[in-house]
Design a protein around this ligand. Structure first.
Ligand code: GAR
Length: 192
């Protein structure tokens, strides 16, 4: 039997621009999509992405991150109240605690701008260029208590050209991120 029948209720967590959020909203509106985005949460009340979600009639919550345990407590309440099945981190720049991950007890996915397991953490493009890598890319993975280390669901490469700088590479990888996050969600939900 299918473990996740019907459309899944999704909460997207962001910290800023929200271009991945936009691509997920676009995907969620497709007839055959497997998800419904019920809410967007940000640790930054001024996050640009919240405006887009609001315009798209998605409930938005900007919750100041003064204290991690308070933030997580409030967010857990929201997730429960909205019957959220899956959390998708999309440019969410805070690290969720093990206690949050255990208490939520449903899947949390993340998009990371590198070919994991390479370059966990920050400044991924800078490091790829500095190391003269031939490829960079993006990965969608399950979130576990160990940073950027959960099982990879989908990843896609882009070629690094000699002329690429961090800004150019970021743009190339971001394009791939927008493509693979919806696909990874589909894959995750159909392969359970
Ligand atoms: C994206 O490149 C995402 O992969 C990255 O932040 C950017 C957010 O852009 N996430 C991380 O680095 C998480 N460690 P967006 O707000 O336009 O989606």
């Amino acid at each position: 039997m299918e473990k996740y029948p019907g459309k899944k209720n999704i909460a997207v967590f962001i910290s800023g621009r929200g271009s991945n959020l936009r691509s997920l909203i676009k995907y969620s509106k497709k007839k055959n999509s497997l998800i419904k985005i019920k809410l967007t949460v940000s640790n930054n009340p001024n996050a640009e992405g919240l405006k887009y979600a609001f315009k798209s009639k998605i409930k938005t919550y900007g919750i100041k991150f003064k204290n991690k345990s308070n933030f997580e407590k409030n967010v857990l309440k929201l997730l429960k109240k909205n019957n959220i099945d899956i959390v998708c981190l999309a440019g969410f720049m805070k690290i969720l605690s093990g206690s949050f991950i255990r208490k939520f007890s449903r899947p949390i996915l993340n998009i990371h701008p590198s070919l994991l397991p390479k370059y966990k953490g920050l400044n991924t493009h800078e490091r790829a260029i500095k190391n003269k890598d031939k490829f960079a890319g993006a990965s969608v993975h399950k979130v576990t208590e160990k940073l950027d280390s959960g099982k990879v669901i989908l990843q896609k490469k882009v070629k690094i050209l000699k002329s690429d700088n961090v800004k150019i590479l970021e743009k190339k990888v971001l394009k791939v991120e927008h493509e693979i996050y919806p696909k990874a969600i589909d894959k995750f939900l159909t392969n359970l």
